[in-house]
Design a binder for this molecule. Structure first.
Ligand code: SF4
Ligand code: SF4
Length: 168
């Protein structure tokens, strides 16, 4: 597989699927499931160490993390702790999807805020609504974690958000 993404700086969905097959639609409709977007073999293990149900396998610290989707309970601890901001969770609900992602910018959005959705290239691709915020102070890592409701067709594209207006 081409490793063009390392110089490009982001993965395409097709590249992601080759690194880590995506969960089935049936699984995505059960409950949130974690998917790592971590393509570089570097010695890093916090995600595997924090998982309370051993759903993340990594035979050696240099291996890429692999998630057993049937074991994952959707707790978001891997999203909270990943220093590379490389873990996400996705859940399908009717014609919407919920994407859980790290968020390190200011202002931190609050629940109910309408936000602009960005793809992995930072391009605006639509709008979504924040449905959950775990602020940095309550996160086990150093990042805020937010869950955004997005149109289901953007479930594998929306990977960041932009707050619409800076509040006073
Ligand atoms: S969401 Fe929780 S259970 Fe699922 S892989 Fe991450 S840490 Fe493990
Ligand atoms: S903690 Fe993050 S960067 Fe480190 S191996 Fe896990 S997914 Fe990759």
């Amino acid at each position: 597989m081409s490793e063009e993404y390392l110089s490009r700086g982001y993965l395409t969905v097709e590249e992601l699927k080759k690194i880590h097959p995506l969960p089935s639609e049936e699984r995505l409709r059960k409950k949130p499931v974690a998917v790592p977007e971590c393509p570089q073999e570097i010695p890093c293990t916090p995600c595997a160490e924090i998982c309370p149900v051993n759903a993340i396998s990594m035979p050696t610290p240099n291996d890429l993390p692999k998630v057993n989707y049937e074991k994952c309970i959707g707790c978001s601890l891997c999203v909270q702790i990943c220093p590379g901001l490389a873990f996400f969770m996705v859940q399908y609900k009717d014609d919407k999807a919920r994407v859980t992602m790290p968020y390190e910018l200011l202002p931190v959005p609050k629940r109910g805020d309408e936000v602009i959705l960005l793809n992995r290239r930072g391009e605006e691709i639509g709008e979504g609504k924040v449905v959950l915020v775990i602020p940095r102070e309550k996160s086990i890592g150093d990042t805020n974690v937010i869950t955004v409701e997005v149109p289901i067709e953007l479930a594998w594209e929306a990977r960041a958000i932009k707050v619409k207006e800076v509040r006073e």
